[in-house]
Design a protein around this ligand. Structure first.
Ligand SMILES: Nc1ncnc2c1ncn2[C@@H]1O[C@H](COP(=O)(O)OP(=O)(O)OP(=O)(O)O)[C@@H](O)[C@H]1O
Ligand SMILES: [Mg+2]
Length: 446
């Protein structure tokens, strides 16, 4: 038997290092919102209070909650649980790393049923306790006095409450009670409102069946920000494009949905045009909007496939990928960054080129933006190639043109022909296609 030694990480060193893994304030709050959505919450309340060093953020939801054992497990760095295909969580870290990135102490209370007098479990990670003990220890607060503020939102329903205190990363001023600190917190609230309205816009506008959501920030309802201006009459939604992907163990697809937004003159009002310019303004907001399980991960930018150009700024392309391709898209813990898999880049560039050209023509006034009404919006354009994410080989390497708009590969035609063939004819079709491949490409089969 091998000799082993268990090496437990230094709690104070590791927890402190994990405070800096790349969250900013809005991203950190968004990670907690992910958890609430996953717990089935339809309402999330965020309260931010300015009291100098006693400032706080409290986020509560009406989701299914956790019992004491589940909550204890949830507090563990790298908590264990099974994830389903549509789950927003992945690493078992978000609650802890997002919270600690902004504060030195966070507590979580949770309630799973409506039994009156049920004791609500409350656990807390406190950096000063970790400093003292250097142990992976959480505080059990349920019997402590003065914790009514954490539990209060759970008076009438199930759910979970997270309270951030000692906001050292936010209130880092010489005079924590002063005007500068107050102003900073106020501006962070505005930033948070914009960020949550953007990242969760599909949930907030009830686009996702059975996942209706309302988020309130200091009692104000957050409005969704739809980057594609779908409510503008002159926005063009082009045909969605489906790209099939395979890994060794499973198959899936990504969907690209290009939009050409109206030019300034074509917007219903200049106010709406301004609103659609987005957090980093029109030029920088062009490009891909990448979603994972309907939650936005990236807003704008061409992922290095092209440069941002004033002439193509009306083009915004939605790209959805399922969590089963997380590793290929290299999602990070803060869920604010992905990379397009290298095997996919060329194909994405190819299939989105027509949308970018159309945006350029619309910008230049050569075409009016209602051009897309000529395009069948419901029809998927299915790319003929299947991209293999393991060995970067296109499973189908040769296409030929059937019409000006549709491409079929030899393999696809063979497959189609076989669908209409009898058992006897199927064998003949295989032989004919095998000879055809040999003649065209010098090979029998791929
Ligand atoms: N608001 C909540 N309601 C119910 N359960 C929750 C809530 N927040 C967290 N949990 C539970 O705690 C677990 C740990 O949450 P945490 O955010 O740390 O990791 P995760 O969501 O599993 O993965 P990720 O690191 O990708 O966020 C979750 O998997 C979930 O089971
Ligand atoms: Mg999470």
């Amino acid at each position: 038997m091998e000799t082993t030694h268990e090496i437990i990480p230094s709690a104070k060193r590791l927890i402190k290092s994990l405070r800096d893994i790349g969250y900013n304030f809005p991203m950190a709050v968004a990670d907690l919102v992910d958890n609430s959505i996953e717990a089935g919450a339809s309402k999330i309340d965020i309260m931010i209070g300015f009291y100098g060093n006693d400032s706080y953020l409290r986020i509560s939801d009406n989701g299914k909650g956790m019992d004491e054992e589940e909550l204890k497990e949830a507090m563990r760095y790298g908590s264990e649980r099974d994830y389903s295909e549509e789950d927003l969580g992945k690493f078992g870290l978000g609650l802890k790393t997002a919270s600690m990135s902004q504060c030195q102490r966070f507590s979580v209370a949770s309630k799973t049923n409506l039994i009156i007098h049920q004791e609500i479990p409350v656990f807390c990670w406190d950096l000063s306790h970790i400093e003292k003990t250097n142990k992976w220890e959480i505080l059990d607060l349920k019997k402590e006095s003065g914790i009514e503020f954490i539990k209060a939102p759970l008076d009438k329903h199930t759910g979970t409450v997270v309270l951030w205190e000692k906001l050292d990363r936010i209130i880092n001023f010489k005079n924590p009670e002063g005007n500068a600190a107050r102003k900073k917190l106020m501006s962070m609230c505005r930033e948070l409102e914009t960020h949550l309205g953007m990242v969760f816009h599909k949930f907030l506008s009830n686009e996702i069946p059975k996942k209706e959501l309302e988020i309130y920030l200091n009692k104000n309802k957050i409005k969704p920000w739809d980057p594609f201006a779908k409510k503008e009459p002159k926005t063009n939604m082009l045909s969605p494009i489906k790209i099939k992907l395979v890994r060794e163990d499973f198959e899936g697809k990504i969907i690209l949905q290009p939009y050409i937004l109206p030019s300034k003159e074509e917007f219903s009002s200049s106010q709406e045009f301004e609103n659609l310019s987005g957090p980093v303004k029109w030029n920088q907001q062009q490009g891909f909007y990448i979603y994972r399980a309907n939650r936005m991960i990236q807003s704008g930018g061409w992922c290095g496939l092209r440069t941002q150009d004033e002439h193509t700024k009306l083009c915004r392309i939605e790209l959805n990928f399922p969590p089963s391709f997380d590793n290929d898209f290299k999602i990070n813990v803060a869920k604010m960054h992905v990379q397009l898999p290298s095997q996919l880049r060329e194909e994405i560039e190819r299939v989105t080129k027509p949308a970018v050209s159309l945006a350029r023509e619309c910008y230049g006034g050569e075409k009016k933006s209602n051009i897309a009404t000529q395009i069948n919006k419901k029809k998927f354009i299915e790319t003929p190639s299947t991209i293999n994410l393991i060995n970067s080989k296109r499973l189908v390497s040769e296409n030929f043109k059937k019409s000006s708009s549709t491409l079929f590969s030899i393999d696809e035609i063979e497959q189609r022909a076989k669908e209409f063939a009898s058992k006897y004819e199927g064998k003949i079709i295989s032989d004919v296609f095998s000879r055809l491949r040999k003649k065209l490409f010098g090979r029998q089969n791929e």
